[in-house]
Design a protein. Structure first.
Length: 309
């Protein structure tokens, strides 16, 4: 495509970003990028993230941000392309620039997340070299200080880790859970992560009749306005894994109590998008998200660095 330049995004690009996103997802509340753009951009001294824009004939035509979540895992988010230049290689060039940046910093894998209803985003990601990894949903147990568990639930990061390593949830999610710092981002969950969050937030392990039968960890609390303009406090849990329905009831009840102790109004627990996990969560928690979310990935090992853009 002639007249295409890929460069670092700046605050001066705000109006251009608004122009290409203002009509996106109007029926779903609109795009979040214009609301967070100035806070979202990296500072000059931040080396673990970089935001790229595509410029066509002097006008912003696309954007994406890359973030290093660990020593070798990169995450890409906020990919947007002006509808008037789609299918002309803009998303591919943006992704190539991001892959170059990630490879130069030691990343061996790149991943992103796309809502399952965002068919245009899925097509662009596949065209840019991302391959399917996994799918998940959110369970939403209501905070309740008196939620009853059919099984004992303890705060034990070692027990939670031992369960996670052999769980069906880990196999389905390819070892991924929510990152501890970057919102809406997933990376490989580690033993050290669970010990860290046991001190900082919470780790929960279900004790079944034959051993540990479920686990979760709390990533963060945050405030968000609902559709009526009322600010609600959310408690977020990085993954929910369990063996059976009884274990699901115990784990999600423990989440309800933990969230209530924080004063949270809502919760969300990342769960595998499987018939068993989703139906268990509906039975035990009463509410799950309407749509799944897809995670895609790209192997960066051996991929040539195409040059700084």
């Amino acid at each position: 495509m002639t007249g295409l330049e890929i460069r670092r995004a700046t605050h001066d690009d705000y109006e251009g970003v608004v122009a290409i996103t203002s009509d996106l997802w109007a029926d779903r509340g609109g795009d979040y990028l214009p609301r967070v753009y100035h806070d979202w951009l990296e500072d000059d001294d931040e080396i673990d993230r970089k935001t790229f824009v595509a410029e066509v004939d002097g006008a912003v035509a696309g954007i994406v941000q890359g973030v290093l979540l660990s020593a070798d895992e990169a995450w890409f988010q906020g990919m947007r392309v002006d509808p008037t230049v789609r299918r002309r290689g803009v998303s591919r060039r943006l992704t190539e620039a991001g892959f170059d940046w990630a490879r130069e910093r030691g990343a061996t894998v790149a991943r992103n997340m796309i809502f399952s209803w965002n068919v245009a985003g899925l097509g662009a990601a596949r065209a840019s070299g991302f391959e399917p990894v996994t799918e998940f949903r959110w369970a939403h147990p209501e905070p309740d200080p008196g939620a009853e568990s059919p099984l004992e639930v303890v705060s034990d990061p070692s027990a939670a880790w031992r369960y996670w390593t052999d769980s069906d949830a880990r196999a389905h999610l390819r070892g991924l859970g929510l990152d501890l710092e970057e919102s809406w981002a997933m990376r490989e969950l580690t033993h050290d992560d669970l010990h860290r969050v046991a001190d900082e937030t919470a780790v929960l392990a279900v004790l079944g009749e034959e051993g540990v039968s479920g686990m979760t960890y709390r990533t963060r609390e945050y405030d968000r306005e609902n559709d009526e303009g009322v600010t609600e406090t959310w408690a977020e849990y990085g993954v929910g894994a369990w063996d059976d329905l009884e274990s699901a009831e115990a784990l999600l009840a423990a989440v309800a109590r933990d969230a209530a102790a924080l004063g949270a109004d809502r919760t969300r627990v990342l769960i595998p998008e499987t018939a068993a996990a989703v139906s268990d969560a509906v039975y035990a928690a009463g509410e799950v998200s309407e749509h799944g979310d897809f995670v895609l990935g790209a192997d960066l090992v051996g991929r040539p660095i195409l040059g700084q853009r």
